[in-house]
Design a protein around this ligand. Structure first.
Ligand code: AMP
Length: 283
């Protein structure tokens, strides 16, 4: 596996693979790999001749009071794990390599960035859209794999690709979960043993929401599900709801009636320090 730290080398390698007729699969990440990340790499490996994984904790997508400095990092472990999945190139630039002193461009999407995580994290999705646009231009992928765990991010990337005519197939990959249902996340590392135990309330709320919808014959007022999920989270004094929403799976618009096209999307903070998200279609 080749490790590349400069944009120029990445572009040169991608150009060479393309001119040799090889297909390129891209997996953008912020590192501290877990099985969720590895499943995206495997998917890219299955579908493309060459796999590029990027490992970049993107300062542009963190707010001033967020966890940029403390975000978990473990380069050597990540390197071994990516190599184990047959990744061909690991791109891990310094922030100064991605954003030179004169950098002044921002990609900003309108409706899809609003609400859900966009409401709690102003500017976050501008940072995501900008860095992903750069990565697309650098790695020149035929396909790029993103996790459904970041449901709003996936919708944003699909919109970006459509709006800016990127000739890239976006593949959404299902959420990989721990045995008890907790969605895998690099941020789970911040949880102590008690917090880790109660964090499962998000996926339990998803299970309960699916049951409620099935019991109601496939549709019911969204507010009933929202109230149930909020109380499942808030039964733990350590947990506070950031949002619980029922939105349409493709438009992300809030729905009054939950049905087979709905997604339950949630974010909570544990002890006001660890922010966790989860979501699931309710079909
Ligand atoms: P991150 O490193 O958190 O920015 O995530 C990099 C990519 O991995 C994103 O496309 C995420 O949606 C995806 N991802 C993170 N956690 C999971 C998970 N538990 N299951 C599937 N994909 C995930």
């Amino acid at each position: 596996m080749r490790i590349v730290r400069t944009t120029k080398e990445l572009q040169q390698q991608a150009n060479q693979w393309r001119s040799n007729g090889l297909t390129i699969g891209l997996v953008p990440t912020m590192g501290f790999f877990h099985e969720g990340h590895l499943s995206l790499m495997r998917e890219a490996r299955r579908k493309c001749d060459r796999v590029i994984t990027t490992l970049f904790v993107n300062p542009m997508q963190f707010g001033p009071n967020e966890d940029l400095d403390s975000y978990p990092r473990s380069f050597e472990r990540d390197q071994q794990m990516a190599e184990g999945e047959g990744v061909d190139l690991l791109f891990c630039p310094d922030p100064s390599e991605m954003y030179g002193e004169q950098f002044q461009t921002k990609i900003s999407l309108d409706k899809v960035s609003q609400g859900l995580c966009g409401a709690d994290r102003p500017g976050h999705f501008d940072g995501v859209a900008t860095v992903v646009t750069k990565l697309f231009n650098l790695a020149k992928p035929h396909k790029a794999v993103f996790g459904q765990k970041d449901f709003q991010q996936l919708a944003l990337i699909r919109q970006l690709v459509a709006d800016l005519n990127f000739d890239i197939e976006i593949i959404g990959h299902p959420i990989v979960r721990e045995e008890d249902g907790l969605a895998m996340s690099s941020r789970n590392k911040y949880l102590d043993a008690n917090e880790r135990k109660i964090a499962v309330c998000l996926s339990q709320a998803i299970g309960q929401a699916k049951k409620m919808l099935a019991d109601a014959g496939g549709s019911l007022p969204a507010q009933e599900i929202i109230t149930m999920a909020e109380s499942m989270i808030e039964q733990h004094p350590e947990c506070s709801v950031e949002y619980v929403s029922i939105v349409h799976q493709s438009t992300l618009r809030p729905m009054e009636i939950a049905d087979g096209e709905s997604v339950l999307a949630m974010a909570m903070k544990v002890n006001n320090k660890v922010r966790l998200i989860d979501n699931s279609p309710l079909c």
